[in-house]
Ligand binder design. Structure first.
Ligand code: SF4
Length: 336
């Protein structure tokens, strides 16, 4: 049994990886990468078989954000030439859900820029979600509207929101290097608030923002403590005009090692290869689905994704299937 098989056994047994094991994953020599992927796939297959969840994002409000997140093209400090618009109308959000259904996306993610939703914005989302849940039975609706107040979380839950996304983004140690307009704890508190309202928590990270490998291990462990059901792993696609412009420290092989680490530390959770998939994993994208079991289909918030048909082709070529099961917090049960 090689070291990665031992790590897979540790993960499958529900035990914590040691610091040495976690670093061995990120430091895996490139000529052992297939061994690592094979071990991570054993864990993924145990909980998710060959199913892949598809998620589609709609950016309902773009730019105009007073926060200063260094990676974000929509922030107040960004000079990136993105399209800026205020909150869409309810009907546009509902129409987006029909598009998600066409793309076989089981989860529709309603995202808005900003520190948190204004009451008019929340009203629009609440009305849209009610209509979407009525028209598309079984579709999982995720909202991502920034920092929430408890009563706002309650309203989203009542409207039918299944999941709430608020990323921790990076480690608690590195957070102040990425943004100073809100704290790491603000982010964690919103995830906890969504959970307290009975909404499934989604929280993830952005890798490639000049953090250390120890920070990456810390992020994966923090999400385990938070018990995030869904973990989007973004790989920085540094947009010109943002403070992180020109940052390009990832290789496709390192991205795969990061995905394996997240799978081992969060074995039962939905691990999603998120923003930056195409530009960072490049020709190795399909290999990412050995540790991960979820991807976005369509475009990201301010950058384009590849054509949905290419994603379907990738899944078909790999012998993977789209998972259309609706969200269920208890779904991640061992298949074997
Ligand atoms: S990540 Fe969100 S909060 Fe931060 S600047 Fe972008 S839109 Fe604003």
């Amino acid at each position: 049994m090689n070291i990665y098989d031992v790590i897979a056994e540790t993960s499958l047994a529900g035990n914590e990886l040691t610091d040495e094991q976690a670093m061995a994953v990120l430091d895996c020599p490139d000529d052992e990468l297939l061994l690592l992927l094979h071990a991570a796939y054993k864990v993924r297959r145990n909980f998710y078989g060959n199913k892949v969840k598809l998620n589609m994002i709609i950016n309902t409000k773009s730019g105009l954000c007073p926060e200063n997140c260094g990676y974000c093209a929509q922030s107040i400090v960004s000079q990136a030439p993105i399209e800026k618009y205020s909150m869409m109308k309810k009907d546009e959000i509902v129409t987006g859900a029909a598009r998600a259904a066409e793309l076989n996306a089981g989860t529709y993610c309603i995202v808005a820029s900003g520190r948190g939703p204004a009451s008019r914005e929340l009203d629009i989302v609440v009305d849209a979600v009610k209509e979407i849940k009525d028209k598309h039975k079984g579709m999982t609706v995720c909202a991502c509207l920034g920092i929430l107040k408890p009563e706002q979380a309650e309203r989203l839950k009542e409207a039918g929101v299944d999941r709430y996304n608020h990323n921790i983004n990076t480690s608690s140690n590195h957070h102040q290097n990425i943004t100073t307009s809100h704290t790491y704890d603000d982010r964690v508190n919103t995830v906890e608030m969504a959970k307290a309202s009975g909404i499934s928590p989604c929280s993830g990270v952005i890798v490639g923002m000049k953090e250390s490998k120890e920070d990456v291990v810390h992020m994966a462990r923090s999400l385990k403590v938070l018990d995030a059901d869904s973990i989007p792993v973004n790989f920085l696609h540094a947009v010109d005009g943002t403070p992180l412009q020109g940052t390009d420290e990832l290789t496709p092989r390192y991205c795969l090692k990061v995905l394996c680490l997240f799978r081992f530390i969060n074995p039962t959770k939905e691990i999603r290869i998120s923003g930056g998939r195409e530009v960072n994993l490049r020709s190795l994208q399909p290999f990412g689905l050995y540790p991960a079991n979820s991807i976005f289909i369509g475009d990201y918030l301010t950058t384009e994704g590849q054509e949905g048909s290419q994603d379907w082709k990738m899944l078909e070529d790999m012998g993977f299937e789209v998972d259309l099961e609706p969200l269920n917090r208890e779904t991640a049960k061992a298949l074997t």
